[in-house]
Design a protein around this ligand. Structure first.
Ligand SMILES: Cc1cc2nc3c(=O)[nH]c(=O)nc-3n(C[C@H](O)[C@H](O)[C@H](O)COP(=O)(O)OP(=O)(O)OC[C@H]3O[C@@H](n4cnc5c(N)ncnc54)[C@H](O)[C@@H]3O)c2cc1C
Length: 406
């Protein structure tokens, strides 16, 4: 129960100032809706997790000025390469084949904290937005009149909103408080992410900026981002987190990818527990889940944050229209469309990507590689594959994007 005391009211409360909550606040404030955005961190964090922005995300963000900013801060990567650690390159998909489908036929690599920081600077200047760091939401209550939150350690700091968006990440306090199940499973291995100043292209001359390399023992993802190269590798269950984060372990993983003749300069490193989970519902009364609070998946495919951005865009469009007087039923489509994509597309394809990378059976590996070669060498199949991996197919299916013939 939230303690009754003097409270402040806005139209929409947003819990969690990660990229999804920040985008939701930016969009609503832009539409003239009064919002309060709370985050438990005392100051903004440099979160390096996501770096891949998919083509339709850039299309959808363009009208709001966000894409121009992202493109200025990011690195366009049109080619995606599939490799096998033992066989070398298997094939490439050049997203330029999407030039009739999107204004941005490439993946944009840009660290997620750069987007969040850009959004928060604008939110802070908006007369419609309150941005509160150091404000963990600890109590949450909802009734017909809306939702009420209480902030930790701030007696009397109670906020009320007609609607609330829980964008408070995978461990969402709000999702737990309102009793929504987070269905799915947790992968047994963790993922190690390391960023280095070393230029892998100097020794691996045939690599591209985005590489997925399969291997039955230690697959890896190698990405060039604006400030460094990033490597993602699985950490076997038997290896403790401390050991995996040690310099020796990280150096060994990187030397195993490309011997550098000396120690790699490690700029950032982190270890992540990875899940495939989707909330059993995205709405309870006046409260909506968005982003990682609603769905989480492994990072193989660069889809989690993109999906969260698509959530925020659809939800804030509906909320703004309802708060400006349109019928509440407008909001019914949010869960129907976004939950279906999370289950049928984002979770399904990231699971498939992981299985392809880690496959141990030599015959299945050979079949997988043969199929990838066929896809990459057949223009029609390559185009369809590009539509699927860039999330255009799924956004068309739920009507967020129109097909060119429609
Ligand atoms: C290794 C890795 C690589 C990834 N790469 C990609 C990629 O390339 N492309 C992609 O699309 N996705 C990627 N992802 C996924 C992406 O990082 C997440 O989907 C994204 O961060 C989700 O954003 P969010 O705003 O929903 O949640 P978060 O970023 O988790 O933000 C939630 C915020 O809420 C705050 N909070 C939590 N509880 C409370 C509370 N009670 N009160 C107030 N505040 C609270 C948190 O402190 C945090 O600031 C990757 C993930 C990993 C692990």
């Amino acid at each position: 129960m939230v303690r009754a005391s003097s409270s402040r009211s806005v139209q929409v409360l947003i819990i969690g100032a990660g990229p999804v909550g920040s985008l939701a606040a930016y969009q609503l404030a832009h539409a003239g809706i009064d919002v309060a955005l709370f985050d438990d961190h005392a100051v903004p964090v440099l979160d390096y997790r996501a770096s891949t922005f998919q083509p339709p995300t850039l299309d959808l963000l363009e009208p709001f000025g966000v894409t121009d900013a992202l493109v200025r801060m990011g690195l366009p990567s049109p080619v995606i390469q599939y490799r096998d650690r033992r066989e070398g390159p298997i094939g490439e998909i050049d997203l330029s084949v999407l030039s009739a489908d999107t204004a941005y036929p490439y993946r944009l690599q840009c660290e997620q904290f750069k987007l969040t920081s850009w959004l928060q600077q604008r939110i802070a200047e908006s007369p419609h937005a309150n941005l509160l760091f150091g404000s963990p939401v600890v109590r949450f209550a909802a009734d017909e009149s809306g939702t009420t939150v209480e902030l930790a350690g701030q007696e009397g700091s109670v906020w009320h909103g007609r609607y609330a968006i829980a964008a408070d990440g995978a461990r969402s306090t709000v999702r737990r408080a309102i009793g929504i199940e987070f269905e799915g499973y947790t992968h047994p291995e963790q993922f190690l992410v390391a960023g280095t100043s070393y230029d892998f292209a100097s020794t691996m001359e045939d690599i591209r900026s985005v590489n997925y390399t399969s291997d039955p023992d230690e697959w890896f993802l190698l990405l060039r981002i604006p400030d460094m190269w990033r490597v993602v590798v699985p950490v076997p269950q038997a290896v403790a987190s401390d050991e995996a984060m040690s310099s020796d372990y990280i150096q060994r993983c990187l030397q195993n990818i490309s011997p550098s003749g000396g120690p790699f300069e490690i700029l950032v490193s982190a270890i992540h527990r990875v899940h495939q989970r989707v909330a059993s519902t995205y709405r309870r009364g006046s409260t909506f889940l968005a982003g990682d609070a609603a769905h989480v998946n492994n990072p193989l495919g660069g889809m989690g944050l993109n999906g969260g951005i698509h959530d925020a865009l659809l939800l804030t469009d509906g909320l703004a229209r309802v708060l400006h007087g349109e019928d509440e039923s407008l909001l019914d489509g949010y869960e129907v469309r976004r939950r279906a994509v999370a289950i049928d597309d984002i979770n399904a394809s990231t699971e498939r990507n992981k299985r392809l990378l880690e496959e141990r059976d030599p015959l299945v590996r050979a079949t997988n590689n043969r199929r990838l070669r066929q896809i990459c060498s057949d223009p029609q199949a390559a185009h369809q594959h590009a539509l699927d991996i860039s999330m255009i197919s799924s956004l068309r299916r739920i009507g967020t994007l129109r097909t060119p013939s429609a």
